[in-house]
Structure formats: C-alpha cells, structure tokens
Write a protein that binds this ligand. Structure first.
Ligand code: GDP
Length: 371
C-alpha cells in the first residue's frame, strides 16, 4: 500500500494504526477508498470527515514539541488565548507554560465541569481560588468563567464574550487532555448558529496537523489546538474503563466519615488520608459515586494496601504500572480541601494534622475549603 495517501482536509498522511493520531481512518474505509480508485482524490481522515459532516470536533494528540511550536507562533500575532481547565483537577490542568508564549495577548481561564460541584458551591469563591493559583503560576487571566460543557451551563456569558473578542482577533483554545476542550468547543459551535453554517457550507475549515480552524462569520477563527498530555494528571495513567469509575459523571454527593486520629481512609487504590493529630472530626469525601472508599486503622493501613492493591483497592489494576501511594503531611490552619487531582477532594476542619497520598504524589494538594 502506498503509505503517502493524504487526507484532502488536513494534509495528514492517512493511517489506520492509531485513532488518537492525525490522519486516522478505519482500515476498512481506507481499503475501500483505495479499491474504488479514489486514491489521492476525495479521501478525508475520520476527523475531517466528522468535522465536515457532523460539525463534530474530535481531539487530536500531538507531542509537546508540536504544541510548543504552535504556542511560539502565538506571541507574534494578536490573539485571545482560552485555557480550558478541569475544575476537578485544576492545578494539574492549568497550562503554566503559557506565560512564556502569550506575549501581550489576553488570556482567559475557563473552568469546565462545573456541573460536578454541589449546588451550594459559591462561584466567587471558586474563581478566587482559580485566580490565586493562576497568579502563583505567573498567569494573570483577564477573565474567569465557570461552565459545564456537558450540561451547557453558563455558556451564554462565555459565548457573548468570545463573540465580542473575536471581532478583533482569532481565539485559540488550549488545554491538557481530558479537560473537556472538545466537548466545550462542540457546545460553542452548536450554539453559535452561523458557525455551524459556515462549516457545513462553502468554506472548509483550514485544518492542519496541529490545529483546527473553525471559521466565524466575522472573518476570524476559533482555533482548537491539540490536548497536551502530562504525567501530572492521573487520568493519563488510567485506561478508559478505570476512568469511567474514577471520573465523576454526576454532581458530587458528599459522604461524611467521623474520624479520630489513628484512622485512615482509602479512595480505592488511588488515594489515602491518615488522620495523624487533632480532635475527632468529620472528613467529607467528594468523589465519583462508584469509587470504593475503605476506612481502616492507620496502624494496619500499609499492610492492607499491600494485600489488596489492584484487587479490592482498584482502580488501579496491576497492569497500570502506576507508582505506589506516596504521602505528604499537611496541617490545616483553616477548614481545608485535601486534593486528589482528578479523583476528588476531602474537606477537613481546621487544626488537623493529616498525611495524604496519591500514586507517586501525582495531583496531591491542599486549598482553603471551597464549599
Ligand atoms: P478533551 O480531551 O479536553 O478534548 O476532553 P473531552 O471533551 O474529550 O472530555 C473528556 C472527558 O470529560 C469526557 O469523559 C467528557 O464526557 C467529560 N466532560 C467534558 N465536559 C464535561 C463537563 O462539562 N462536565 C462533566 N462532568 N464532564 C465533562
């Protein structure tokens, strides 16, 4: 087979090996195209096909080098940069490297998956926390939005803002993988009616390997860039089935445990908290409903973990090759959330000494309680 057949949409070499990479087309479709003699004429990769016919944006993965090249080109043009972050794994989904690239350009943060937060969550508190974290990473967002791409919550404000800003410049969407960037862009395209028409009618969006350009009626573009993979996100270490268990799909329902010093909790095999010192207290767990939570005595916890990891304490499975749980001590000077990036958080009162663990300390952290 000639391995140089390219997609006429994006120019990527067509391949059937990896659906996550550019130019993917299922082998049956590729063969069909070759056999029918269409070779080199009208063959689209799956991603361009879906974009063209269903207005559906499929994520592409690129390595960090490709992405850095794209970012490098940003500082030289006028653009609005939108960093989509996962509110449930915020610290690890913030693109701190952006500060080197945006130049004089404006930058906004869009915190996605707001639907997971309980109804009594205060938006102002969440935004304050996001701003502080961003500032700590050297980033100064012009604006912060909290949205749910999935439930189309709070999208109107964001779209109005983008509509206005895109009159003067292109809008670049950047983000780590799994933050919901594709879902968000699909929702935005869906609500901006004229975008939909432009995609389906005459103008075929100029897609390249590293980005998808979605035309707007005002002559500018919404530009989707590849999701960045990082080892600092637990999600990149888990398979699809495990992700389904771990990633909360519905609004978080808190589960409270009364703990005394000397007690521990496991969040399946992906998190652990030891209550080391303090008064008897309520530990409130916010995590996916199906996640197995086990309470035990701290004195027995190591042995319990060794015996049950990958089985009762699963995910992870033994095949995941995740590092073992590694802990860090924290003292809570206020009511605080202990963070297990991507898995959940545990709210504890002030004046507790705790040790919290995740695999290799990935996604570990603490913040002032949000709820
Ligand atoms: P991308 O890698 O950033 O493009 O992320 P996707 O759009 O593929 O979404 C990653 C995962 O997050 C999927 O399982 C989505 O269903 C989920 N997701 C996306 N947006 C939301 C949202 O607003 N709320 C919730 N709860 N999940 C979402």
């Amino acid at each position: 087979m000639d391995d140089q057949i390219v997609c006429i949409g994006c120019g990527a070499v067509l391949q059937s090996d990896n659906p996550q990479e550019a130019g993917y087309l299922p082998i049956s479709r590729l063969q069909q195209a070759i056999e029918s003699g269409d070779e080199g004429s009208d063959i689209y990769c799956q991603r361009c096909f879906r974009l063209r016919h269903y207005n559906e944006i499929m994520p592409v993965n690129a390595d960090n080098d490709d992405f850095l090249k794209l970012l490098n080109s940003l500082a030289t043009k006028k653009a609005l940069v939108v960093n989509v972050v996962d509110l449930f794994d915020f610290t690890n989904s913030l693109l701190s490297s952006l500060k080197r690239f945006i130049g004089e350009n404006d930058f906004i943060l869009v915190g996605n998956k707001f639907d997971l937060f309980p109804d009594n969550s205060r938006q102002s508190k969440i935004k304050d926390w996001m701003r502080q974290e961003a500032n700590r990473a050297g980033l100064f967002p012009k604006k912060i939005f909290l949205v749910s791409a999935k439930n189309k919550k709070n999208l109107t404000q964001l779209i109005t803002y983008l509509d206005q800003k895109s009159r003067e410049q292109d809008v670049y969407f950047v983000g780590m993988t799994n933050v919901g960037k594709s879902t968000l862009l699909n929702a935005i395209v869906d609500q901006m009616g004229d975008v939909k028409n432009l995609i389906t009618t005459s103008r075929f969006p100029g897609t390249t390997l590293a980005k998808i350009e979605i035309p707007l009626a005002n002559g500018h573009f919404l530009i989707d860039t590849p999701g960045i993979l990082t080892q600092n996100q637990l999600v990149t270490h888990l398979n699809t089935k495990e992700l389904a268990v771990v990633s909360p799909q519905k609004q978080l329902k808190p589960v409270t445990f009364q703990l005394s010093p000397g007690n521990s909790l496991f969040l399946a095999g992906l998190g652990r908290v030891d209550f080391l010192k303090g008064e008897k207290a309520s530990f409130t767990v916010y995590a996916a409903r199906g996640l197995y939570i086990h309470r035990t005595k701290t004195a027995n916890a190591d042995a319990f973990y060794t015996k049950h990891i990958g089985e009762l304490l699963s995910p992870p499975t033994k095949e995941d090759n995740l590092p073992s749980l590694k802990g860090q001590e924290y003292h809570t000077s206020n009511k605080s959330d202990l963070l297990f990036g991507g898995i959940g958080f545990i709210t504890v009162p002030a004046n507790c000494l705790v040790k919290i663990y995740t695999p290799g300390q990935i996604g570990l952290g603490i913040r002032r309680a949000l709820i």
